[in-house]
Ligand binder design. Sequence first.
Ligand SMILES: Nc1nc2c(ncn2[C@@H]2O[C@H](COP(=O)(O)OP(=O)(O)O)[C@@H](O)[C@H]2O)c(=O)[nH]1
Ligand SMILES: [Mg+2]
Length: 313
Amino acid sequence: MSTTPLPPDAEAILRGDRRALGKGLTCAEAMDDEALALLDALWGSTGRARRIGITGPPGVGKSTLASGVIRAHRALGRSVGVLAVDPSSPLTGGALLGDRHRMGAEAGDPNVFLRSFGSRGSTGGLSRAAPFALDLLDAAGFDVVLVETAGVGQTEIEVATSADSVAVVLSPESGDAVQAMKAGLIEIADVLCVNKADREGAEAMAEALEGMLDRAPPAPWRPPVVRTRALEDATALFEALEAHGTWLLEGGRIEERRRRGLRGRLRTLVHALLAERLLAGRDALLDARAGEAAGKRRSLLDAARSTVEEILR
Ligand SMILES: Nc1nc2c(ncn2[C@@H]2O[C@H](COP(=O)(O)OP(=O)(O)O)[C@@H](O)[C@H]2O)c(=O)[nH]1
Ligand SMILES: [Mg+2]
């Protein structure tokens, strides 16, 4: 953490300047040097917001639910910063506009800040920017920071687990519910939400999830399975998330959970920094080993091992 005075843009974000926050998030999206300096400066001011993740396959109703959850927090006077992570396309704007539209009830409320965030290309190391964007929203002083991630990939799961409480949303019409389960989505759930409860198959899906939880090894927290009709009401999801938040605050569980989350992020960063440092200036070595693998003089794995040996020698 920096011990020098805060840079002006960091000061502005702490003061609640939304323009500065927007600019900071743009930097975070690119993970440029400016973003890194900003995050360094603001680290000491993070950790005050309650962080909520809403994840699940596309189309299950996450944005609609998020809108309801935001309204419930607003009714209690809490400010909310929202990050909608769209892995597919930060450029086309289709999904972005869709989210804006569905979260439209909050538009114009100065205590709700909504930002879409592209995660395309964020496949490793320092480019894993979304958790840092949550840090920025946290430092900006929102009472609640909510992130919606679409999809069931590793990145989405990582983003979701940088929240204190994670809701995994499924719907009876998402054919990829089984895939979501296989991808490890169920394991990260603190709350399981079967949305579109008005549709056929919702109750059967909820019961299947309950059965799965019955068979799982006992855990300190059993995720509740809530049924919602997001177009009408998201209260059940809001209340389940609140209950999980209360449980986390008992007996220091939240500190332990955050420490675990940060350990994962730290590992990722150390990986990236180590790789960057160790591979610097090694292009000739990599070319030579790749040539050997191409020419079948070594296997690819052997080439990798020997490259590591040479670098560490
Ligand atoms: N029938 C029904 N449709 C819903 C419900 N919740 C959301 N939808 C619709 O499902 C579609 C996808 O919703 P959206 O919130 O964008 O899903 P996301 O991709 O998971 O964020 C939209 O057309 C919603 O109006 C629900 O409870 N029941
Ligand atoms: Mg959405």
